[in-house]
Write a protein that binds this ligand. Structure first.
Ligand SMILES: [Zn+2]
Ligand SMILES: [Zn+2]
Length: 185
């Protein structure tokens, strides 16, 4: 048995059911996000940014709203450097978005975060999904979430210059202030 498995036996993080990283019932209860613009956070079709928010619109997909309970659980794992739940959710999201079918068209980068543990997680996730091959025509930025300190415009500006810019962002979670968005119904 690996020390990691000893510290965190495979058990659903949300309901403690044994044998699952996150069990199917709890996965179903996660609240899927509504499509919003990642700059102004207002609704917009297809997770696109508004033209008035970004001159070259991009899509920033988010998967689920992160309740306080989920956040507490995942933050403990994140601090311990255990990213299996994050990776499971990210892979589910990538399949749901259909991006898995053409991942090889993208140069894959992490969302740079000012928080060291989040930055480490995002680097891990991006590496797991693909490489940063700059000969690819499209960019895909990957991370846990876009926190309040993350400037999306700056993230995009820091990418190698490319015209036209074709960039997608995938975040597992959208941070919400609401406490009643926990996964119990
Ligand atoms: Zn569960
Ligand atoms: Zn907007």
């Amino acid at each position: 048995m690996k020390i990691i498995e000893f510290l965190f036996p495979k058990q659903c993080g949300f309901c403690s059911r044994v044998g699952f990283e996150i069990c199917p019932d709890c996965l179903k209860r996660l609240v899927t996000t509504l499509p919003t613009c990642c700059i102004c956070k207002r609704l917009n079709n297809g997770y696109w940014t508004h033209r008035q928010c970004l001159s070259t619109p991009i899509q920033c997909f988010t998967g689920w709203y992160m309740s306080e309970k989920i956040q507490n659980y995942l933050n403990r794992k994140k601090s311990a450097g255990i990213y299996s739940s994050h990776l499971l959710l990210l892979n589910k999201l990538i399949v749901r978005l259909g991006v898995d079918r053409n991942l090889n068209e993208y140069s894959i980068h992490q969302i740079v975060s000012t928080d060291i543990t989040t930055n480490r997680l995002n680097r891990y996730l991006a590496k797991k999904i693909g490489d940063t091959d700059l000969s690819k025509s499209h960019f895909l930025l990957i991370g846990e979430c876009i926190d309040r300190n993350t400037d999306v415009k700056q993230l995009i500006e820091e990418l190698p210059h490319r015209e036209p810019l074709i960039c997608k962002i995938i975040c597992i979670f959208e941070i919400t202030q609401s406490k009643d968005l926990n996964h119990s119904h």
